[in-house]
Ligand binder design. Structure first.
Ligand SMILES: C[S@@+](CC[C@H](N)C(=O)[O-])C[C@H]1O[C@@H](n2cnc3c(N)ncnc32)[C@H](O)[C@@H]1O
Length: 377
């Protein structure tokens, strides 16, 4: 999809892929305990980034952004720790958190969560001199004025491409593609990654820091839902294939079920930050540190303890569903009725659930991330 309202800062035309929405109404944070674990694991790195920046004891303002924040629930504790650290270093400092996500995000859920109107405990209600703002700007655009951020944080978001470079013939995800299809995704993802970094380079003040936690393919070739057991993406593909073979969906729909995502390797993340000829390097961004980490699927871990397959499936399937249902639903023909689409989608995830119940061994969604700290000179 090309968004004609884009191209602020002359950086690009398209700003977000179609139909990328997480579950709304606060369900995202309820369903994604693993995503919170990923952020909690990043928190010491974020605190270290704050401590390494030139924040003086007399600093009067500190502004951070949480980019691709969804409903904000998973980062509440991290934000609280960061602002506490800042206010300990610079007593009285006025802190602002800019929550950024794409226009289709459920911003009502975000506001409810951040303003403490849900069961989540929010930093906003119990910290002095702390404020929140919300931006519906895609991370493919500059969201705030030049040099206005001290810190950028983002978790589990930047694998969403600005658009789908092509439909895949026989898979839902580029991890299962090869040759030209794979190259089309890799080329497009390289440009997208540079665009994201260039936008952030403008937003960050000199001396500022970024902590980005992104899905990756690690040096052992592992990625989300593929760490040695049943490959989650193959399962997602296999079920659509069963639906195709049994005539539930058409060939065209099968091909359209392509997720607009890409998981960079460490080399792909690193390249623009280390090549002096690259515009990202020239914009002043420098890689301080990168490491890959696996956060185990919390539901598979619980299953290993209690051996309860129902509980396992009831945790795992909503987590998987929370981030791909909107794409798959949009892949169904526009000629279908809403009820028809709803029924197919329900059947789809019920089929996945039944597969887990039949033989839970090896199922799960381990998270594989690259944790990066980047500075702006
Ligand atoms: C899996 S959620 C991660 C939410 C949260 N950061 C976490 O780690 O729990 C991915 C988020 O990225 C957002 N996203 C996807 N494409 C985006 C874009 N182009 N600009 C801004 N946000 C985007 C989605 O709307 C979604 O809220």
């Amino acid at each position: 999809m090309e968004n004609s309202s884009g191209n602020r800062g002359g950086l690009m035309n398209s700003t977000q892929a179609d139909n990328v929405t997480m579950s709304g109404g606060g369900l995202y944070s309820l369903a994604t305990k693993g995503a919170k674990d990923v952020i909690d694991l990043a928190t010491p790195r974020v605190i270290e980034a704050v401590n390494s920046m030139d924040l003086s004891a007399s600093a009067s303002r500190f502004t951070m952004a949480d980019v691709g924040c969804a409903d904000g629930g998973t980062s509440l504790d991290m934000v609280r720790e960061v602002l506490t650290e800042v206010q300990n270093k610079a007593p009285g400092c006025q802190c602002t958190v800019v929550y950024c996500d794409q226009t289709a995000n459920d911003f009502n859920a975000l506001i409810d969560i951040v303003h403490g109107r849900t069961r989540f405990s929010s930093w906003l209600s119990d910290m002095p001199n702390a404020y929140s703002l919300v931006s519906g700007s895609s991370f493919y655009l500059q969201a705030v004025p030049d040099a206005s951020l001290d810190l950028v944080f983002s978790a589990t978001a930047m694998h969403w491409l600005s658009r789908k470079p092509c439909d895949l013939n026989d898979h839902v995800h580029v991890v299962g593609a090869s040759n030209e299809e794979y190259r089309a995704f890799a080329d497009h993802a390289r440009q997208d990654w540079e665009t994201i970094l260039l936008c952030r380079a403008r937003e960050l003040r000199p001396g500022g820091r970024m902590v980005l936690v992104n899905f990756c393919r690690d040096p052992q070739g592992r990625y989300l839902g593929n760490t040695g057991g049943v490959n989650m993406f193959d399962t997602l593909r296999d079920i659509w294939k069963e639906f195709l073979v049994s005539g539930k969906i058409t060939e065209q729909e099968y091909r359209t079920m392509t997720l607009p995502q890409y998981y960079n390797t460490v080399e792909e993340f690193t390249a623009p930050l280390q090549d002096p000829a690259n515009p990202v390097y020239q914009a002043g961004l420098r890689l301080e540190d990168i490491e890959t980490r696996i956060v185990p699927c919390p539901f598979a871990r619980q299953y290993a303890v209690d051996g309860n397959p129902e509980q396992f499936a009831d945790g795992l399937i909503p987590t998987i569903r929370s981030w791909n249902q909107s794409i798959f639903r949009a892949g169904l023909s526009a000629r279908r009725s809403r009820q028809d689409k709803d029924a197919i989608i329900e059947q789809y995830y019920t089929t996945y659930r039944n597969k887990v119940l039949e033989d839970p061994r090896g199922h799960g969604m381990d998270y594989v991330h690259a944790y990066m700290t980047i500075s702006r000179i």
